[in-house]
Design a protein around this ligand. Structure first.
Ligand SMILES: Nc1ncnc2c1ncn2[C@@H]1O[C@H](COP(=O)(O)OP(=O)(O)OP(=O)(O)O)[C@@H](O)[C@H]1O
Length: 515
């Protein structure tokens, strides 16, 4: 805990939002919100999906102009017409959706728009040095010459943070930074954030993970339906108190029901046999991976990012075809998967904004994707009314909060977009469901609901392959957990055996944990 936590505000806040109100048409996203961030603190902002957190952060970063209210920086009122103004005032943002150029290197991405110049051209050596120095200072290592498009999500995030620090951010706004990280990476991120706040800078942290808020934050502001419903000192509050401020009730204490009785037997719905794949450069990404998932079973996939999960799931879902130098097979119901996406495999991707949804299409259209055949009428093709009726049904059943099914899906908050993808995929009732990070960026109430939906899918007899970086999530839902390390499945755990220590050991390839 920093010293700033409980002290009287003798110091001027680093940044303040004063009576900020912001509407989107009929939606009152922020309703006279006051929030002050002290110097040197980690200030968390929590709330349900759609509570108005991202909107508020966007106001502070000059992306949205408030309808009323204003922003102060070190006690002085400032005018933010754009992110460029925010940056000039020492406000930096790390977005939930990274804004990096995949074709450029780490160093190029970090300095872009503020390139060091020498004799009239970009000084690449200086850019690389800057990245290395910042990395050193804050423990944020990233290879300056790596192409960003080749990096795993966790490292891309580091590049975003480096970019903000390079531009002199003294108030760093992070929108769900750990949603994409493994527990180990998240712990390292908080070490980084601590070294940032130790220099007197401040961190504003939007997150859904209350354990994280309590462990790493100094103070927390709770939003609900656009208003502040609580301000707490993390040293003097509890998760339950935060949940009540967030959703107006406590969470049900019971975990979702696990598979009852004996584990399912019989043939696999999904089977991977001795799968080995190589990347473009011929580097082995998967080596001899074999496992199966039976109907009525949830099999978890754990591992630090980049252990081969991406390649495995891409192959299983048919997004990646086996090519020259690859071997092994993927069987669905005993038969090899056809080329391309298989209609029998439902897929909830990690990147819901890219692979999961088509941003410019409406919620109704997004809910229909991949399932046109089922509601096409014989004579008239797709009926608009049927599309909308089906969408309304899913919105209701999956508690998706949206102004209208005709609005573009990009207007939905992150958590609601996720529920929409889940609604679409789970409702297809396919024999196999592949799910990546289902509760990333999703509020606690919706997490509860999503876990129950996955358990229902299992109880209906669907075979679920669940990749998650949340070990408690895997433990709560899975019949078995497979651990990947360096392209291999190195361990398998059931029930009580799946302790943090044992999973962690296997995830880092420690000897003894390997099967
Ligand atoms: N550009 C926009 N156009 C229309 N409505 C919007 C827009 N941005 C946000 N909203 C609406 O404003 C409300 C607040 O959304 P916001 O994204 O700020 O919530 P959030 O707390 O960040 O949610 P999440 O946790 O899901 O990310 C929601 O009802 C959302 O649908």
């Amino acid at each position: 805990m920093s010293a700033a936590a409980g002290e009287p505000a003798a110091d001027v806040p680093a940044a303040e939002l004063v009576a900020v109100t912001k509407r989107f048409g009929p939606v009152l996203a922020n309703d006279a919100i006051d929030l002050a961030v002290a110097k040197g603190e980690i200030h968390a902002v929590v709330g349900e999906n759609g509570a108005g957190k991202s909107t508020l952060m966007s106001v502070l970063y000059g992306l949205h102009r408030p309808d009323s209210g204003h922003v102060r920086r070190e006690g002085r009122r400032i005018r933010l017409r754009s992110p460029a103004d925010a940056i000039a005032h020492g406000l930096g943002m790390v977005h939930q959706r990274f804004r990096l150029f995949p074709e450029l290197t780490v160093a190029e991405n970090v300095v872009i728009g503020a390139e060091p110049v020498r004799r009239g051209s970009v000084d690449r050596a200086a850019a690389r040095r800057a990245v290395e120095e910042l990395g050193e200072r804050y423990g944020l290592r990233a290879d300056p010459d790596a192409r960003v498009g080749d990096l795993p999500v966790g490292v891309r995030q580091r590049v975003e943070i480096l970019r903000a620090l390079y531009r002199g951010a003294e108030v760093l706004i992070l929108d769900e930074p750990t949603a994409v990280l493994t527990p180990g990476e998240a712990a390292r991120l908080f070490e980084v954030l601590r070294s940032v706040t130790a220099t007197g800078a401040s961190v504003l942290l939007v997150t859904h993970k209350l354990s994280e808020v309590l462990a790493a934050g100094d103070r927390v502001t709770v939003l609900r339906r656009g208003r502040v419903t609580g301000r707490f000192d993390t040293a003097r509050t509890t998760a339950d108190e935060l949940v009540r401020a967030m959703i107006g009730r406590s969470l049900a204490t019971a975990a979702p029901p696990r598979g009852r009785g004996a584990p399912p037997r019989g043939p696999y719905a999904l089977e991977v046999r001795d799968l080995s794949v190589r990347d473009r450069d011929g580097v082995a990404r998967l080596s001899g991976v074999s496992f199966g998932v039976r109907p009525g079973e949830i099999v978890g996939l754990a591992g630090v990012a980049g252990s081969g999960q991406r390649e495995l799931l891409d192959t299983v879902t048919g997004l990646r075809a086996l090519g020259h130098g690859d071997s092994g097979e993927v069987l669905l119901g005993g038969a090899p998967v056809p080329r391309g996406r298989d209609p029998e495999v439902a897929y909830v991707p990690e990147d819901r904004h890219g692979r999961g949804t088509a941003a410019e299409m409406s919620l109704a259209e997004n809910l229909l994707m991949g399932d046109q055949r089922r509601i096409r009428t014989a004579r008239f093709g797709l009926s608009r009314a049927a599309v909308r009726a089906r969408a309304r049904d899913l919105v209701e059943r999956f508690s998706i909060s949206a102004a209208s099914v005709d609005a573009p899906i990009s207007a939905l908050s992150g958590g609601n977009a996720q529920k929409a993808v889940l609604a679409r995929e789970l409702s297809r009732r396919t024999p196999v469901v592949v799910v990546e990070e289902p509760t990333q960026g999703v509020d606690v109430g919706a997490q509860e609901r999503i876990h129950a939906l996955l358990a229902e899918a299992r109880d209906r007899g669907q075979a679920v392959l669940l990749q998650s970086s949340e070990l408690p999530e895997l433990r709560a839902l899975c019949d078995r957990i497979l651990v990947m390390y360096e392209g291999r499945v190195v361990a398998e755990f059931r029930g009580e055996d799946a302790t943090d220590a044992r999973l962690g050991e296997a995830m880092t390839g420690a000897a003894g944990a390997v099967r």
